[in-house]
Design a protein around this ligand. Structure first.
Ligand code: ZN
Length: 465
């Protein structure tokens, strides 16, 4: 009988990996890296309970590292099959996976310098050279049409509206002539957001895996325009700079789109906007180019100029260009990765700008436990950056209207679109409290039964209807 095994994102928001077995074949849905605190990151070093050489296929919902970042390890350890992804996801993997490898290599170098590691010399989880064989295995499959993977498995993608290329995956399993369908939500995005199509109405499914990143919270109501315009006016009047740690993919483009609109409507002054992340620059290019992902509003705006470009925008590619904005003393907006301030160029901007109370840090996305972003949200008086304790005098503003993730209400809206309740629902990709709270909502609001909270390593049979 077909079965599913939870190899990640079962009790946490990262490491998405779901192994589906049927007819002696194995398909892995997403292949994510565990990210966040040390305890989670150490999981990346543990052997998978299944030999990668016995996995036949990988299917990706989207390119985020917590869904793809374990691929170089999987290939190094023997996986030799195709990796199915749509066109935008394939290209984004070409940006995100090399970056992930560089971070792994940097971590290993830092560990070597400081003398902490269980390996001697400290090893990276994988290197940039190990990414090329992964990219070579990615096979594009069509949007919104069935792709036959094997006699046992067929897949079909549905827009998830989360980042460029993001989808939910419908997996049809056929064993002994009997079908069963599993729907993997992937990461669900928001409705009526800029640039991308809304999450599609989900198809019927016997089994459903649903993410619960914001399963216990609703984002603040109101448009991101009002909130952002208010912050920019207030901070620019007092002569401050606005630092926005932003994920290079998704958040940065949504911000640029809204900034451009606010300028068009003359609701904000035309400030210098510095996009300080080579990865964000490349991703913005992909966002422009993949027209098949654009919603109607974006398409309508294009004749009036690039919707992703503000009037005084600067793309900073080199480290010297990045450092040069340390000398900027007039009000400005700095958009820089990483989005949770765990690393990257945003750190030196924070070190420079946090001690000045005229400035503001805008946290425009999910901040995981154990990250500097979360510490700022929780009111830290100092922040440890590059070995120094930096005083936090700047205002810290949470702007969850920019989240790329559906909130509790939007997840319920997406689920309510299913024509019938699934026979069994698995809640994944959420911190324990969020997942627990969301189960209660699903049971009381939708009246669904048989809601399971799998633990890492749990395995369940998937009997046909
Ligand atoms: Zn994601």
């Amino acid at each position: 009988m077909a079965r599913i095994t939870f190899l990640g994102a079962a009790g946490c928001v990262t490491g998405s990996k779901y192994l589906v077995e049927a007819g002696g074949r194995r398909l892995l849905l997403d292949c994510g890296l565990f990210q966040g605190n040390k305890q989670l990151r150490l999981l990346n070093w543990e052997r998978l309970p299944v030999d990668p050489s016995t996995i036949d296929w990988v299917v990706l919902t989207h390119a985020h590292i917590d869904h793809t970042g374990y691929l170089p390890r999987l290939v190094r350890d023997g996986f030799r099959g195709p990796i199915f992804a749509n066109s935008a996801t394939r290209e984004l993997c070409g940006i995100l996976l090399p970056d992930s490898a560089r971070l792994q290599e940097e971590d290993a170098e830092n560990a070597a310098r400081k003398g902490y590691s269980k390996h001697s010399p400290p090893l990276p989880l994988y290197t940039e050279a190990e990414v090329a064989p992964v990219l070579a295995r990615i096979t594009e499959f069509p949007r919104n049409a069935w792709q036959v993977v094997s006699p046992e498995f067929s897949i079909r993608a549905h827009d998830a509206g989360h980042i460029l290329g993001a989808t939910s995956i419908e997996l049809k399993i056929t064993e002994n002539g009997k079908p069963a369908t599993v729907l993997f939500s992937g990461d669900i995005g928001r409705y009526d957001q800029p640039i991308l199509n809304d999450p599609a109405v989900p198809p019927p499914a016997d089994y459903l895996l649903c993410e619960t990143t914001y399963g216990d919270r609703d984002h603040p109501s109101g448009s991101p325009h009002d909130a952002l315009a208010e912050i920019i006016q207030r901070v620019s009047r007092r002569g401050g700079a606005i630092i926005i740690p932003a994920f290079a993919v998704g958040r940065t483009q949504a911000l640029l789109y809204v900034l451009r609109e606010l300028e068009d409507w003359q609701r904000i002054p035309q400030l210098h906007v510095y996009v300080d992340s080579p990865m964000a620059i490349s991703a913005t290019e992909l966002y422009r180019r993949h027209h098949e992902e654009h919603d109607l509003e974006f398409t309508r705006q294009e004749p009036n100029g690039d919707p992703l470009e503000t009037r005084q925008m600067h793309f900073l590619r080199t480290p010297d260009e990045s450092k040069s904005i340390n000398r900027v003393t007039t009000p400005c907006i700095i958009v820089s990765a990483s989005g949770m301030a765990t690393g990257g160029r945003v750190l030196h901007h924070l070190a420079r700008r946090l001690p000045d109370s005229r400035n503001a840090v805008v946290l425009a996305g999910f901040q995981a436990e154990g990250t500097r972003g979360r510490a700022l949200l929780e009111g830290a008086k100092t922040l440890r950056i590059h070995g120094e304790d930096v005083p936090v005098k700047a205002a810290v503003i949470e702007l969850n209207q920019f989240s790329a993730h559906a909130d509790r209400g939007e997840l319920l809206r997406w689920l309510a679109g299913m024509p019938a309740p699934p026979r069994q629902m698995f809640l994944v990709h959420g911190e324990p409290a969020a997942r627990e709270a969301f189960r209660t909502r699903v049971e009381t609001q939708l009246g669904w039964r048989n809601v399971t909270l799998p633990k890492l390593g749990d395995s369940f049979e998937l009997p046909p209807a």
